[in-house]
Ligand binder design. Sequence first.
Ligand SMILES: Cc1cc2nc3c(=O)[nH]c(=O)nc-3n(C[C@H](O)[C@H](O)[C@H](O)COP(=O)(O)OP(=O)(O)OC[C@H]3O[C@@H](n4cnc5c(N)ncnc54)[C@H](O)[C@@H]3O)c2cc1C
Length: 394
Amino acid sequence: MPIFDAGEAIAALTDLDHPTKVKARDWAATALDDPTLAERDVACRFWDEGWRRLAERGTMALLNDPAWGGSDVGVIEALLTFEGLGYGCRDAGLLFAVSTQVWTMQPIIERFGDDAQKARYLPDLCAGRTAAAFCITEADAGSDSFAMSTTATPHDDGGFVVTGSKAYITSAPRADVFVVFATSDPAIGRWGVTALLIDADTPGLTVGPNRPKMGLRTTPFADVTFDGCRVGPEAVLGSVGAGASIFSSAMESERAFVLAGQIGAMERQLDEAVAYSRRRQQFGQPIGDFQAVSHRLADMKLRHDNARLQLYRAAILDGQGRPSMEAAALAKIQASEAAVASSMDAVLINGARGYVTEFGVEADLRNVAGGVVYGGTSDVQRNIVAGLLGRATR
Ligand SMILES: Cc1cc2nc3c(=O)[nH]c(=O)nc-3n(C[C@H](O)[C@H](O)[C@H](O)COP(=O)(O)OP(=O)(O)OC[C@H]3O[C@@H](n4cnc5c(N)ncnc54)[C@H](O)[C@@H]3O)c2cc1C
């Protein structure tokens, strides 16, 4: 991790046209402009070529140590890059798949993996040659994730036999490796949960069919079943029983930073809404001259700025090694809920044009709706904040 640079953080916070962001935005607007997006959105089809282009640009390498194939540019520069990509790239599903890999999967392997695991997985992940997926949610264990029923039964050789099923797993249909949370000692609850690195070709591992969803439809999404999967001791990430700590470390940053692309998309959405409100005439004047419309634009601006400020505040605390759990939870609430509210405003400003598919306005609303659910719902984030304030969370 590079030394934290306060000047860089202030520049990111105050300069909406930061060069790193603008470069990523302009690159994405051409390199990731896919004329088949609308068709793929209907068909729920991933864009492999887009993934390859992002990998070639070094996107998956941004946060990892050069020793493992990364470029380690630091959290602020990576956030600026994702903001720019989110502005320029309309395939939110592609960016979501890349974001979860960059912000969740690769950091936890680097942070908790041993050298053999890092050497085995990180160079290929950083180069975008392989993909990883995070498996904790189950059909009956969502927010209450440690109520999981997937088990990792210890084997004589120090390994485990994994049995159970995980649900709603981002990138599962194209993942080469899964980080799987399973109970290895049911008697001690969450402290008996172990995280395991399980290769996709492990006998007994089956990925279900792609599950169509409301938005982010181009991100592959499926359930994963483990039917007596045998893994050796080398599959254990961190140590036996460290699953809860690994999960909370992963969620602390993911819950906010994964939304950087979405915050970039909010800025593009606002620019487009301003442009449309200038050109659309009703009652003999641009609709932006109606106060009702212009105030909606002002609210969109306010939400975008608040989300951005909260996101970078969480990044600054994280970069300084200070506690960032509350800031990350607040940023996650703000960024995800602001995106839903502003996407609804964009639909309203565009009238029927905002509701039909061909203009892409409604796609933003569908794409951002998942943000209030994944990485812990808004209710769960409020529980975290209330808990840190010393108040009841139930
Ligand atoms: C786009 C997307 C991608 C995802 N990717 C992954 C992935 O890669 N890997 C993975 O493991 N999972 C993934 N998930 C699953 C996600 O983590 C869960 O959906 C989420 O944790 C919520 O669980 P649930 O859906 O079971 O809802 P539930 O937990 O059943 O919640 C239902 C409702 O009850 C509320 N609620 C529940 N408990 C409380 C409480 N204690 N206090 C207040 N309100 C409460 C919730 O806020 C919600 O409104 C993804 C989900 C989505 C939508």
